[in-house]
Design a protein around this ligand. Sequence first.
Ligand code: AKG
Ligand code: FE2
Length: 326
Amino acid sequence: MPESKTCVELPILDISQPLPPSSLSCLAQACKDWGFFHIVNHGISKELHTQLHLLSEELFSLPSDIKLKVGPLSSIKSYTPHFIASPYFESLRISGPDFYASAQTSADILFNQQNSKFSEVLQEYGRKMAELSAKIIKLVLMSLGDGFDMKFHDSEFKNCHGYFRINNYLPPESLEDEVEGLGMHTDMSCITILYQDDIGGLQVRSKEGKWIDINPSEGTMVVNIGDMLQAWSNEKLRSSAHRVVLKQPANRFSLAFFWCFEDEKVILAPDQVAGEENMRMYKPFVCLDYLKFRENNERGKFEKVGFTVRDFAGIKCQMRCLHSEI
Ligand SMILES: O=C(O)CCC(=O)C(=O)O
Ligand SMILES: [Fe+2]
């Protein structure tokens, strides 16, 4: 991987307290420049993350033929095996709003005996993360404009739904150089909240095309803006390309919680958000149509950023050229 690295300080928001105006402007800047920031005091305990890590080990150490019973060719399709997104990546998806039922559907098939502990822990995580996501959306809206949380949260975001992926990365045993665990992509969500274990490897791409490490830090989670919010905010918020590189011959565990608009929502920036000049960069589009567009163009892979929401609904205009470095 030839690109050089630079260091960057992304803001760390303590979201247990009201954010002072200086933190809100820092947040606005980070969302515009990077689409990434850190959160602390988020209400997810270390113990819950540890429990999830242990369950992940139990889950992914099952034989492949068992895991494939909920794989892409099954009716459940919750498990993404190796070689779909990358040779070194596998993942299990748990969907809301009933995280317990979703987890249990997979658990019934994966584990011989009843494993209600598995579904209970996953439910607890899903519920807490859904609450946290709504809180973070409000902060991001506040950073866009005074009172925008009150103005736009309930009218635009109240039907958002969440799902999460438990990710297991297994690099080759003879790891001489770093390998890509998950290729460059943008998320299709409004926001994604990421937890990575202490192995590290998450990187964000700068506007100049450099890869920047997002190092793990205890008690911290990472939030990134997804394509839906980039379009909804008329690019006041940026959905950055990111990837995972594996530098150590060790398993890497991560959790990615995606908070998304409802499928049938028509995405269109409100006038106040779009900006005074009201220069719109996106045609209105239905959320599900974009998800299908991505699915069809990537054939299930997290491949290139070749096709994003700009290719799908972007309007070519002068403003676009001014922003084309993104
Ligand atoms: O594993 C990670 O840290 C990142 C995962 C990710 O970007 C994703 O699932 O979209
Ligand atoms: Fe991602």
